[in-house]
Design a protein around this ligand. Sequence first.
Ligand code: LR7
Ligand code: MN
Length: 494
Amino acid sequence: MRAFPVIIIWIKETLPLGLGDGQLFTWTDGLKRKDWHDYESIQKDAMRSGKGEHGKPYPLTEEDHDDSAYRENGFNIFVSNNIALERSLPDIRHPNCKHKVYLETLPNTSIIIPFHNEGWTSLLRTIHSIINRTPDSLIAEIILVDDFSDREHLKEKLEEYMVRFAKVRIVRTKKREGLIRTRLLGASLARGEVLTFLDSHCEVNVNWLPPLLNQIALNHKTIVCPMIDVIDHNHFGYEAQAGDAMRGAFDWEMYYKRIPIPPELQRADPSDPFESPVMAGGLFAVNRKWFWELGGYDPGLEIWGGEQYEISFKVWMCGGGMYDVPCSRVGHIYRKYVPYKVPSGTSLARIRNVAANLCVDSKHGATGTELRLDICVKDGSERTWSHEQLFTFGWREDIRPGEPLHTRKFCFDAISHSSPVTLYDCHGMKGNQHWSYRKDKTLFHPVSSSCIDCNPAEKKIFMNRCDPLSETQQWIFEHINMTVLEKFNSKASS
Ligand code: LR7
Ligand code: MN
């Protein structure tokens, strides 16, 4: 059902700068609508000047560019520290957004922000931008959920700082949970009618919230996402993503992608909300009751990733819809690399040789290089994503270095029954990249009917005629997620 404005033409002609404050408009559906812009805050933003203001790139010197600036957060924290916490942003919405009216009565929302070791100024700028650009009446509370951070500034100092904001609550997980269970903790405590999730390094833009809440008010079985703008990880310049409004999708590796809206689905008014099959993950609003009717997130999801598909599929399968809203824009700092550690045992494993007591190592592993053995990285409580001794067992029955969502696109590859094992661009067509892990602990290569063997003294890894009794051909998978290994082996002969 669509509603049409009764007096919209008159408005545009007489009030070119937007609708007058406090005016109400009754549409044909009988619901009252109003202009939710906060002209005072817009005015304040317009008058600001300084480095990084209006979302302009911060002028970088050589020194500011040093790698140490990126190490802790994956983005340049020096730049973040040098631009104002309340900096202004450019209004890059479609011009039609300036004239849109939304329901006079909108549901309120709990804004939930999970964070793990977030930078001080990037976290604070997220909160300040929300406070400055959101109608107070729509915020039930802002829940900061600390996922067991160990940085000092996120402890008492953060609590002391947030005292100035009556609506901010800080809650903390009791152990490292990962972003999914951290969001769930926030959601379980939330009291607002709507849950709005944001990452801990965002800046919300002008009038971002009313268009999201409006869509949910019209149909509560709706998940809505803002347009996600890019805050550059070097200079913090603010701009739209390449191509701007696109639909969410994913490829066969389950990598999130954005693809153009096909012409037949394009809206007459490009500023109107449009359907999107899957969301990016971090920034969205959902009716609280409906979120729990959907089952929330699967609490078995670890640390990072995948949850955006789970929730997106459930929305569609449960008779709901998912929309991207062009008149709502939120900036997000896209990191240069993932800075945080992952507790061991959460994901996929290293591969240790029984005879050598050494591990397969993909160090210096570019495409075309030979795999080698190396001393097993010490069992600590944590590892980094980029760990060279972590491997993923793909559903195509190939083996690749890295974590499932951060894999490098090289696969174990062998050209014959006596060749070295190399890393080569994954082709996903089995053949030379097809492996199985057998009960006798051998790593079998069906195409050559041979097994992975090694020379402990030279640390070399090569193919050989299978000899399950030889310990140099026996490999142990450590810290493995058993479900993944069972799936990987479902077709393996033993
Ligand atoms: O162990 C962790 N615990 C956490 O609380 C790891 C992370 N976190 C927090 C973290 O502080 C941040 O606030 O969780 C949030 C997301 O983590 P990021 O910022 O490291 O993730 P990302 O921005 O690289 O990745 C995107 O995909 C993720 C996994 O699927 C999440 O859904 C993120 O929210 C999501 N970000 C966005 O959708 C913003 C746009 C980027 C894209 C695509
Ligand atoms: Mn993020």
